[in-house]
Design a protein around this ligand. Structure first.
Ligand SMILES: C[S@@+](CC[C@H](N)C(=O)[O-])C[C@H]1O[C@@H](n2cnc3c(N)ncnc32)[C@H](O)[C@@H]1O
Length: 231
């Protein structure tokens, strides 16, 4: 495709990269630990079982932030393998530090755009679950097009899940929860595990973040949506 063609087809992204400063520890983690636990887009299509060195249930978290929830889940569920994608490099560095501190072997990390990783690297029907916890809500109407949950995205998710696989979203922004419910209810090939138009209470496997605890104390809501892919 020509350069101008590429530009014409440039996707609206769900993030704006404000790199921020990497701490010395995060930079070191990226230098030393990324070669061991990291995955780059340039590696092309992945063989997930080869990547983890075993055959186990595989769970993808999109936008893991500072990685606290992901590290906790991986420590609590050593029987599962977790693939985390976060474009913000300080977050990826932070997760790598936690992997080392806790001696975790069941996490792999990407700091590329999750859409590209899904499209180019994750095999179809290879994941048992995909988690999307507190995606950027893009509050303003003119920014709603940046929300990652859109019908095309949801069909990409469906393709990557095994039949019967789970897509779990959580948000603390009611309007985004309603948007998620609308998109998911209209999406072909998904069933709401809680029943039509119903939200789910936080399952035990999703750790409550500090931010969420604070929100709870202030009386803010959190909405979990758990959909199952068709078989
Ligand atoms: C509001 S934060 C939530 C972080 C974390 N899940 C939590 O609950 O604390 C959303 C995160 O998603 C990341 N993100 C947004 N779009 C992404 C994409 N396309 N690929 C990878 N990460 C993305 C952002 O960089 C940001 O760190």
């Amino acid at each position: 495709m020509s350069a101008s063609g590429n530009q014409l087809h440039r996707r609206i992204r769900s993030f704006v990269l404000r790199e921020g400063r990497l701490t010395k520890g995060q930079q070191q983690a990226l230098d030393v630990l990324f070669p061991r636990f990291g995955v780059s887009l340039s590696q092309g299509p992945l063989d997930l079982e080869a990547l983890f060195g075993r055959s186990a249930p595989k769970i993808l978290e999109i936008g893991f932030g500072n990685g606290a929830s992901l590290a906790t889940m991986a420590a609590q569920h050593p029987q599962n393998d977790y693939f985390g994608i976060e474009v913000h490099r300080p977050g990826a560095g932070n997760l790598l530090l936690q992997i080392e501190a806790q001696g975790l072997t069941n996490i792999r990390v990407s700091h590329d755009d999750a859409i590209e990783v899904l499209q180019q690297q994750i095999p179809d029907q290879s994941l048992d679950a995909i988690y999307l916890f507190f995606p950027d809500p893009w509050h303003k109407r003119k920014h709603h097009k940046r929300r990652i949950v859109q019908s095309d995205f949801v069909q990409l998710i469906r393709r990557k899940l095994e039949p019967g696989g789970i897509f779990h979203m959580a948000t603390d922004w009611q309007h985004y929860a309603q948007h998620m419910m609308k998109v998911m209810s209209a999406a072909e090939g998904f069933e709401n595990t809680a029943g039509v138009d119903q939200y789910t209470s936080r399952p035990e496997y999703r750790p409550m973040t500090k931010f969420e605890q604070r929100g709870h104390r202030l009386g803010h809501g959190v909405w979990d949506l758990i959909f199952r892919r068709d078989v």
